[in-house]
Design a protein around this ligand. Sequence first.
Ligand code: NAD
Ligand code: ZN
Length: 354
Amino acid sequence: MRALRLESWKSEPVLTEVPTPVPGPGEVLVQVGAAGACHSDLHLMHDFEPGTLPWGPPFTLGHENAGWVHAVGPGVAGLEPGQPVAVVGAWGCGRCARCLAGLETYCEDPAAAPAPGGGGGLGLDGGMADFLLVPAARQLVPLPDGFSPVLAAPLTDAGLTPYHAVRRSLGKLTPTSTAVVVGAGGLGHLAVQILRALTAAHIIAVDPKETARQLAKTSGADLLLAPGPDLVDEVRAATRGHGADVVLDFVGSDSSLAAAAAVTRPLGDLTIVGIAGGSLPVSFFGLAYEASVQTTYWGNRSELVELLDLAARGLLTPEISTFPLEKGPQVYAGLAAGDITGRAVVVPSAEYTP
Ligand code: NAD
Ligand code: ZN
């Protein structure tokens, strides 16, 4: 089968032929209908080096996947070939308290997981291929009726990650509150839509790209701003001088974090989702009083079920552009150049073939 693989750190992915996996006991082979191209894959290609993470190349990229059940291994019940499914991306040990609660991102026994802290496309072979081997049936969520893998794939990360982050701050997102979304790309435009669907907060979106700001606007943002020297004053002016109750930073650079911290009001939440490698000095007078700074990593299985329900009812409309698997390298080049608006999704198969 075809697979887009990261062969080593600090390299571009290559399209190659690999053997089609055969599902063993408990495993499921998924025919991939869609695999989203996440900015995290650019960090994998360009920023990381041996020792940064507990796993490494070679592996097939693609951690944002959906498709159809193709074959099940011995002992798997309740899944039929051809059934459309979304793939839960973080693969834990499946036995610890957190995995049993569906929180496999924070598995307590990573040494017993298929890849410690990883999953398909993150240390193990992912979905930028004709088929994806999923280690357990619990990591699949059946799609709502009529819901396509192309729509579902971006929800498993570009949707799930902001959904998890927004849910963590829901108590602060009252009708009089303001949420700031920094970076309105794949994750950020869905953060705006999720805020709109779940809350009545005022929403400010920040992005240097005009196309991204326009997408944030159609996604439901009330005010669009560009990063730069005026940003902090502009957010203060829009919030009667108070600053924002919740700031979600989908960039995570030194400058975005500095701006995010400067606009977070007392008792507010600053959530760092972007992994651009910046840092934020934390000190008594460096942040608003009682502001919380938190990172979030991906989301839970139950949150993905909720998110699919939200989307199936038409309350989320991911902005998606699709490409054949052969175009995978160009898709990542386009993402790195800032040419993608919303989410780019690679489609190895447009329909299920038994
Ligand atoms: P993307 O490339 O689709 O979008 C990034 C957006 O940020 C672009 O629109 C870009 O113009 C904008 N931007 C760049 N610099 C900015 C600045 N200084 N201020 C405001 N906006 C700026 O990327 P994505 O796939 O949405 O991923 C966003 C980040 O989230 C990446 O760092 C990615 O690795 C990370 N990520 C984290 C998790 C997690 O679990 N924490 C999960 C997925 C992705
Ligand atoms: Zn991702």
